[in-house]
Ligand binder design. Structure first.
Ligand code: PDD
Length: 289
């Protein structure tokens, strides 16, 4: 029997192929909404507390209020139900949660208060990038053309999409975004580098998404007594990096061994990268928080 593929849209559990939203939905017309991606291991959302907190912050950041008694936590509960419905309680999966400002006649300003947000939740089987994680990936540098509130996880991903496609067309895994001469993050990941023995990553400000994996790794690095500085890597420092890796819900710790066709360090995943890869895998396996 083919696995079920049920999604949740605005209060209804429906087969994915039958799920519908209005053509006037502001997510469709304006990209006016926010989202979260959670990692699921054996039916359990990893670090759900942090994802719910970030969803709440993104919603507040773009001034969307969930309807009635809905909360990020109740949406995650709906996602858990979808895991059950779709037979995804064993093994790896992802959960996608999206909230838009709802469907209304097109106007740039907000719709009238009676318009309810559109909520869409879906789950899918997930296979981690195990081979790449073992051998290391390649990346390119690319200008960061995004807006001034990259800390909010909004649907407006056009600069990310274009940079990600540029990376793909160059046969690489990710684009490292550079704004005003500093490395900010990737199109769907945060970047960490090792320079003179110190692990460095961009501080959490308006120019990066406060990655959940980034924050878990920062904690794990502290526990391992790895020297970590939240100081941006300057583009001019890139040739001096001995290690480079990216982090994200669907990428875990991914070593970057080639950047713009040049080897990073000795061209192999480095020691700090390997250590953090190992402890994050342990944390995922144990269910995290
Ligand atoms: N992306 N930076 C950006 C721009 C991202 O979109 C993401 C996540 C991250 C990593 O954050 P976290 O560790 O919380 O996943 C950093 C998700 C996975 C996506 O858009 O599919």
């Amino acid at each position: 029997m083919a696995p079920k593929d049920i999604v949740y849209v605005n209060g209804a559990f429906v087969p994915r192929a039958e799920a519908r939203v209005s053509v006037e939905d502001r997510g469709f017309v304006f990209g006016d909404g926010v989202y979260e991606v959670l990692r699921i291991i054996n039916g359990r959302p990893f670090a759900a507390r942090f994802h719910n907190e970030r969803l709440r912050r993104s919603l507040e950041g773009i001034r969307i209020s969930l309807a009635g008694k809905e909360t990020p936590e109740s949406l995650t509960e709906i996602g858990r139900h979808l895991l059950e419905e779709n037979g995804l309680l064993q093994g790896e999966a992802t959960m996608y949660m999206q909230v838009t400002r709802g469907a209304a006649t097109r106007a740039h300003n907000f719709p009238p208060p009676e318009i309810q947000p559109t909520v869409y939740i879906s789950v899918a089987r997930f296979t981690p990038y195990s081979d790449l994680a073992l051998n290391g990936a390649s990346a390119i540098t690319h200008p960061d053309l995004r807006w001034g509130r990259c800390d909010l996880k909004t649907l407006n991903l056009l600069p990310n999409i274009l940079a990600s496609q540029a990376a793909k067309e160059r046969g690489t895994f990710e684009a490292m975004l550079i704004r005003d001469g500093v490395v900010t993050e990737g199109t769907k990941t945060n970047f960490f580098g090792v320079l003179d023995g110190t692990l460095r990553t961009h501080p959490c400000d308006d120019h990066i998404l406060p990655g959940i994996t980034r924050s878990i790794l920062s904690e794990l690095a502290r526990e391992l007594n790895v020297d970590l500085e939240e100081t941006p890597i300057q583009a001019s420092e890139i040739p001096l990096l001995s290690e480079l890796f990216l982090s994200g819900t669907t990428t875990d710790v991914m070593p970057v061994v080639t950047l713009d066709n040049k080897p990073v360090g000795n061209g192999k995943p480095g020691e700090v990268t390997r250590k953090l890869q190992r402890v994050l895998a342990e944390s995922l396996a144990s269910g995290g928080d």
